[in-house]
Design a protein around this ligand. Sequence first.
Ligand code: MN
Length: 231
Amino acid sequence: MAYVVPAPAIVSLPVVGSADRFPVRRVYCVGRNYEAHAKEMGFTGREPPFFFLKPADAVVPVPAGSVGEIAYPSLTKDLHHEIELVVAIGQGGRDIAVADAAKHIYGYAIGLDMTRRDLQGEMKKQGRPWCIGKGFDQSAPIGPVTPIAKSGEITKGAISLTVNGASRQASDISMLIWNVNEVIAHLSAAWELAPGDLIMTGTPEGVAAVVRGDRMHGEIAGLGALDVAVR
Ligand code: MN
C-alpha cells in the first residue's frame, strides 16, 4: 500500500532515561485552571473545566539541555507565554474515574501553550473558535517526558517561567483548580483517551507578551527546565 501524498511524520518527545520516544497523538489543553489566572483573564471562581486542542504537529520537541526555537507567528502583535504542566497518557480509556486516573499517566513534561492573545480575544468576543489563537504552527514547545515511575505522581511543586531572566510566572501545581486526576476524568468523559495523548493542564497567572529575540526559561519541580527562544 502506498499513500497518494507524503504521509505526515509522527511527532514525538524524548523520554528521560531512555533512547525511546513518546509518540504524540493529540494535544488537549485545559482553559483557565488556576484561579489567579482566571481572574487576570476577567473571570472569577471555579467553573467546570473546559478544553481545546492543538494539532499534534504544533508540538516543538525540545531535547534536554538544549534551547528550543520557535518562529514568531504570523497575524499577531501579542504573542503570550503560558507555562504548563503537561501530562503524557500511557494507557487510554473512557469515563476514567478520578481514583483510577493516575494509572493512565505515562509521565510528565514542561510545556508552553503559546497564544496569539489578540486573535484569541477577538474570537472570544465574536463567539468563534479559538483555533487561530491557540492551534497555530509551533504553538506548543514541550520538553522531555519524565516517566511517572521516576517522578512519582505530581500533585504539588513549584512551576515558574522567566523571560530574559526576569520572573513572569510563579505558582505551585497544588494551585490547579482541577487537579490532574480530575482533568483526566473530565476529559475522558468527552473523548476516549489513547496512548500518545498529551494534556496541557493550564497556566498560572502572569501571562504576558514575548517578542523576537526573547528567551523563555520554564521550570517545574522534579521535571527540570525548558528553554525556548523566539526568533
Ligand atoms: Mn493554556
